[in-house]
Design a protein around this ligand. Sequence first.
Ligand code: NAD
Length: 366
Amino acid sequence: MASGLVRIAIIGAGSVSDFHHVPGIKLDPRCELVAVCDPNEELLDQRKSQWGPAFYCTDYEVIAAHRDIDAVVIATPNFTHCHIALACINQGKHVMCEKPLGVSHAEAALMCRAAQARGVRHMTAFTYRFAPSMKYLRHLLKSGALGEPRHFRSQRFLDLPETSWGWRQYKNLAGAGDLYDMTIHRIDFAQDLMGPIHSVCGAVKTFVPRDKTIDGHSCKPSEVDDWSALIGSFASGAVGVWEGSTLMKGHHNKGVGFEWAEVNGSEGSAVYQLVDPNDILVGRHGQTMEKRRVPAEFMKPTGSPRNPAEGNPSTVFRYDLVYEFVSAIVEGRDAIPSFEDGASAQAVADAVLQSSTERRWVDVIR
Ligand SMILES: NC(=O)c1ccc[n+]([C@@H]2O[C@H](COP(=O)([O-])OP(=O)(O)OC[C@H]3O[C@@H](n4cnc5c(N)ncnc54)[C@H](O)[C@@H]3O)[C@@H](O)[C@H]2O)c1
């Protein structure tokens, strides 16, 4: 950090980097975007004009070895996360990696051990922990306002086209479908709220082949789930129910889809919704759920220059991921959520796959 700023490289210049990682870096005065890596040269040219001056290259090994880079954000297809992260960790870089950390729990655990052993900051990009109403729900739960937690419930629906999903639909490149892409976020925030999941009864299913590209060309059919569901038992004794799908017709909602996550305690219930993340629904015994504004202190991280009144509320909280990563680096503390959280959620997801295959309850092995 010769300049005093955290020098960050983006590895993988695709959709998610453009959607929130680069805006997050540009917003945070404590860091700068110094390098961008992607093997797609045409995309790199496009990003040069969009993202501005930085060192642009096609080989992540060059980034890993670069002395003037402090930290990396890995936002590449799932099958590349593990080897890119290990290369960067070996060179002492702090790493934020997209979810799922790997294409299996074994890969995620390897990445976690490597980061801990090297002493770098490590973070899993579990976006929805940063939604204002999710943070406030957590506060209500942890402060005892909802009483003893009993039930967790999550529904996450997207209404995507039934055409090819690219690398996301092949087992060796993605690991799993909706389960690893969407439901894993909900497994993570459930564990953050309610503690570790002990055992699961899971099911996954593929409804559509996705054997045509958007331009009508034939492609290899999908090998992964487009619907995933689980019942989970938390170590605390609480229980949870999750359902996710990328094929829920009528839930397009300008691309945001539908999301509902709810905790029911012995005294009250609270609901987070992605479509309305600056408000929360709260109800106590004998009452009807009512909508409340999330208090100002939960709208953004302390010290962040982000104005919560600006931009689309369902989008802008995602910029807080980078703020947390940079805060962990400058404050010399662990980032939250860490690789440990990423590996733990993936252990649960893998137990769901096993449960679905074996048609039985499965204990989670971390
Ligand atoms: N946290 C979230 O909310 C969220 C949202 C979307 C995607 N994601 C995750 O982010 C990752 C990327 O998703 P995306 O939608 O941006 O995908 P994408 O396909 O749009 O972009 C991936 C980019 O990585 C590049 N790439 C491939 N191999 C590479 C390598 N070896 N080195 C450098 N770059 C490489 C590709 O050329 C592509 O430009 C996935 O793991 C996905 O699960 C997370």
